[in-house]
Design a protein around this ligand. Structure first.
Ligand SMILES: Nc1nc2c(ncn2[C@@H]2O[C@H](COP(=O)(O)OP(=O)(O)O)[C@@H](O)[C@H]2O)c(=O)[nH]1
Ligand SMILES: [Mg+2]
Ligand SMILES: [Zn+2]
Length: 306
């Protein structure tokens, strides 16, 4: 007869087809949900994400378990999944979201970066930007954009993941943290992950082969032990980063450079797009807001706001 133990607290590393790898202390267990839904499941499209804390009844001999309950989340990084027409939690309980861009192949895409930064701000999670493929030689314009992000308070890294350059700085700055990597396909997320956590890419390959039935692209986020004791979570590459719908006022709050001027606009309902007496547009004209950041704001206002 198997012994009954009180449920133990663990952390979800990844979940595929409703089988979750949960780490309790130093051991990983393959766990299923007890019942069809968790009592804590408030109509979420995906009940659990990497980084979630859960209570499990463990079978220590078999390294399996039953998830009985999800612990409350400190935060959740969410994107809008247009295929399912639902919000999707990519990871939970994060300390830092790092959005990757590359100098070239694919070309630098500020709209993608800004959308991810908005999602991180909205979730109340610190964010940073990693400019990868530095070996391809970033041009002046891209370097200028990086300086803008740094001036806004985002941590900015430059690296060449293939050459292993600049990787140790990222490791050092992220020790002890739960870090999510986000980026378009091809920017070098897997390469960077592997440089940060040797062997991680091979593990993702194994997981894909086992659960994804030979699909080449990774469709799920997966967490790995950070060599410096934190957690690094890789997320599937997406072409576009879509946001959940925002109120217009909420959107400008997620742009740090707009926060203060927005409080001085003539109309409290100002969307900072066309209204008279708009102090955000005044700040833009005074060169206090970068025109390309404002362009990102307008696009998101158009696409993501009610
Ligand atoms: N030149 C250059 N190529 C890189 C660098 N990092 C990754 N790549 C290449 O970019 C391509 C996509 O990398 P990958 O890590 O699979 O990107 P992912 O889709 O974001 O996971 C691969 O051919 C990598 O070898 C880099 O720092 N410099
Ligand atoms: Mg990849
Ligand atoms: Zn305004």
């Amino acid at each position: 007869m198997s012994e009954k133990h009180a449920p133990q607290l663990g952390r979800v590393l990844h979940g595929i087809n409703n089988i979750f790898t949960v780490r309790v202390e130093d051991t990983s267990y393959l766990c299923r949900l007890k019942g069809k839904r968790l009592s804590s499941d408030d109509r979420r499209y995906n009940a659990l994400a990497p980084g979630d804390e859960v209570y499990c009844e463990l079978d220590v001999a078999q390294l399996t378990g039953m998830i009985t309950e999800a612990a409350p989340r400190r935060n959740a990084f969410v994107r809008w999944n247009p295929k399912r027409n639902a919000p999707q939690t990519i990871a939970a309980n994060l300390d830092l979201v790092l959005v990757l861009a590359s100098v070239d192949t694919p070309p630098f895409r500020p709209r993608f970066l800004d959308a991810v930064l908005v999602a991180a701000e909205h979730a109340g999670i610190a964010a940073g930007v990693v400019l990868n493929k530095f070996d391809l030689g970033p041009d002046e314009e891209v370097l200028e954009r990086m300086a803008v992000y740094a001036s806004l308070g985002y941590t900015v890294f430059g690296c060449s993941a293939v050459a292993g350059k600049g990787v140790s700085e990222i490791l050092k700055a992220t020790r002890d943290l739960a870090v999510l990597l986000v980026g378009q396909s091809g920017v070098g997320k897997s390469t960077l992950l592997n440089a940060l956590v040797p062997g991680a890419e091979a593990k993702i390959g194994d997981l894909s082969a086992k659960y994804n039935r030979g699909r080449h692209t990774t469709r799920f986020a997966a967490a790995f032990d950070h060599p410096e004791a934190g957690l690094i979570i890789d997320s599937p590459g997406v072409r576009e980063f879509n946001l959940q719908l925002f109120e217009a006022g909420e959107l400008s709050y997620t742009f740090p450079e707009m926060r203060e001027p927005a409080t001085r606009c003539r109309f409290s309902t100002c969307t900072h797009s066309h209204e008279p007496g708009c102090e955000v547009r005044a700040a833009l004209e005074d060169g206090l807001i970068h025109p390309d950041r404002y362009e990102s704001y307008l696009r998101l206002l158009d696409r993501s706001c009610i």
